[in-house]
Design a protein around this ligand. Structure first.
Ligand code: ARG
Length: 287
């Protein structure tokens, strides 16, 4: 018997992925709670385990630090139980920020606290006119922004985003109330690649995403429901909900390094890893 080595099917070669150091802002979950319902995940009658929230949040922070990223911390505020979801605090691109203006009254006071923190950090902040919920709906993919609308951020905010960032802004429409922010339905993996749940978007938006990202990873409803798409990537390491097993396998096959983290107690508020993380993108270095 002979073995024909050449006949063995070649293992498809996943591209090499490169990590880029990031700077994140996280909000300490001191006052996190579920006391009202503004998304389908929130059930105030289900108690929150505060010790578990704290340890899961600390573990996320330690994970970023362990990957070599910088993590800044803003303190939470009493009466603002959703402030832990820092992604909703602003959109920061090239060292400039567009502030937020929340859809629901319950969260409106957070906007000023985030804007103040960013200004104190030296970031130029432009006030929001139309309703926008920051990186919850505005995702940066290289030099393009993908902006969601349908449940929270108003369409008019997309023009403000384009003006502040000077980047191309592609509008997509969300259609499933469980995936009310785009960061629950689409994960940015690097400057050219994303992963998403197709049916969370209108047919026209699905077609647009397919055209822009033909190589994207399509994620199952099952993995999206555990907030698998609410992930944070540095271009190589993808911090992802540990429950999203098929997505984790798909990331590995595509050459990324999944870093599973359990943030299940925060899902009681309708948030996950990305929701707890605001990326502070610096001004481009002139060299
Ligand atoms: N309870 C919060 C809300 O409904 C959760 C926000 C989650 N944040 C996010 N970036 N998806 O506003």
């Amino acid at each position: 018997m002979t073995t024909d080595v050449a006949a063995t099917p070649a293992r498809p070669q996943a591209p090499a992925r490169t990590a880029v150091k990031r700077r994140y802002l996280m909000c300490r979950p001191t006052y996190f709670d579920v006391v009202y319902t503004i998304n389908p995940w929130m059930h105030p009658e289900v108690p929150v385990d505060h010790a578990l929230v704290t340890s899961q949040w600390e573990n996320l922070r330690a994970t970023y630090l362990g990957l070599g990223h910088d993590v800044e911390v803003i303190e939470g505020a009493p009466g603002l139980p959703d402030m832990v979801f820092a992604a909703n605090g602003a959109t920061v691109v090239d060292g400039k920020a567009l502030a937020v203006s929340f859809h629901y009254e319950q969260r409106r006071a957070e906007a000023q606290l985030y804007a103040d923190w960013l200004r104190a950090d030296g970031i130029a902040v432009t006030d929001a006119v139309a309703i926008n919920e920051g990186e919850g709906d505005f995702l940066t993919v290289g030099r393009r922004m993908i902006a969601g609308t349908g449940f929270r951020s108003d369409l008019a905010s997309h023009a403000e985003l384009a003006e502040v960032t000077g980047l191309e802004v592609v509008t997509v429409e969300l259609v499933d109330p469980r995936f009310y922010h785009i960061d629950t339905a689409l994960a940015v993996l690097d400057d050219d690649n994303v992963a998403y749940l197709p049916q969370a978007f209108s047919p026209a938006s699905q077609a647009r995403l397919q055209e822009l990202y033909p190589g994207a990873i399509h994620v199952s409803l099952e993995d999206a429901k555990v907030f698998g798409l609410n992930a944070v990537s540095d271009g190589h390491n993808v911090v992802v909900a540990s429950q999203a097993s098929d997505f984790i396998a798909a990331l590995e096959a595509a050459g990324y390094h999944p870093v599973p983290v359990d943030l299940s107690e925060l899902l009681k508020g309708g948030g996950g890893i990305k929701c707890c993380t605001l990326e502070l993108r610096p001004a481009p270095t002139t060299s």
